[in-house]
Design a protein around this ligand. Sequence first.
Ligand SMILES: Nc1ncnc2c1ncn2[C@@H]1O[C@H](COP(=O)(O)OP(=O)(O)OP(=O)(O)O)[C@@H](O)[C@H]1O
Length: 295
Amino acid sequence: MRADPLSAAPAGATTAAPAPAPGPPGPSALSLRGATLRYGSRAVWSDLDLDVAPGEFLAVLGANGSGKTSLLRVLLGQQALATGSATIAGRPVRRGGRGIGYVPQQKGLDPTTPLRARDFVRLGIDGHRWGPWLPSRSATLRVDAALAAVGATGYARTPVGTLSGGEQQRLRIAQALITDPAVLLCDEPLLSLDLHHQQSVSALIDRRRRESGAAVLFVTHDINPVLPYVDRVLYLAAGRFRVGPPEEVMTSAVLSELYGSPVEVVHSGGRLIVVGGAAPSEHPHCGAHDEGRVA
Ligand SMILES: Nc1ncnc2c1ncn2[C@@H]1O[C@H](COP(=O)(O)OP(=O)(O)OP(=O)(O)O)[C@@H](O)[C@H]1O
């Protein structure tokens, strides 16, 4: 983000990860160095330095249009940086790189999609290969386990396009997790899920990152369902950013400074509610403040 006092503070927060979930200290699972993203002449964010450790859970928060999805696209090798570098496990990102699980922002699947739920999940194993799948007992078992983990066994043979948004979303999560990725990129993965499945999917992602050491980048407008699991927050606003533990970043003072306008972070019943804060310039399509947003 812009080189300003906010983007530099708290000291060391953008370069040194705090104690992550269990896992040996070592090289970062992913890194950004001096990263600037532009669309045309507009810098969405600039000079971002970020290291995410294996097993760390990083929540990515910010108003609409602040560049959260674009950050994931950079890490997927789908969007070039204007300056700086992005690496996964020490190697420059590239499109189609292995070792990354991705839960995209939800779009309904076409009702005529000719895939059963279990076929859709299996695409996570060999969807990148051309030609028919070879019969594989181990792949079948992995698909069964992935379906069970997200509570989707009951509709394993149902055509995906006929499933509800929440049922499809659970399949996307199963597909992303099936290869035990080293980095898991999730773009608002809890959208459309009921409370029970928000909790079970969040707990599943937390368990997997602890067991396998996967680094998790979790884009969300609502930090509350994952608050118990989050190690650090990357908060994007008005082209600037702040990185640190939730208790350091999610405060009225920090977010007011970041947005450049009054923001109140209310603690209510163990939840965080952010009131105000989205500058009109961040909402090119609606120009409204984001009152009552949970973050
Ligand atoms: N390919 C593109 N070309 C030009 N502008 C783009 C492109 N993709 C995204 N943008 C713009 O960049 C900004 C950041 O978009 P992005 O989707 O990353 O935001 P976001 O934080 O994920 O938003 P939301 O919370 O609404 O999902 C937006 O203003 C968007 O219109």
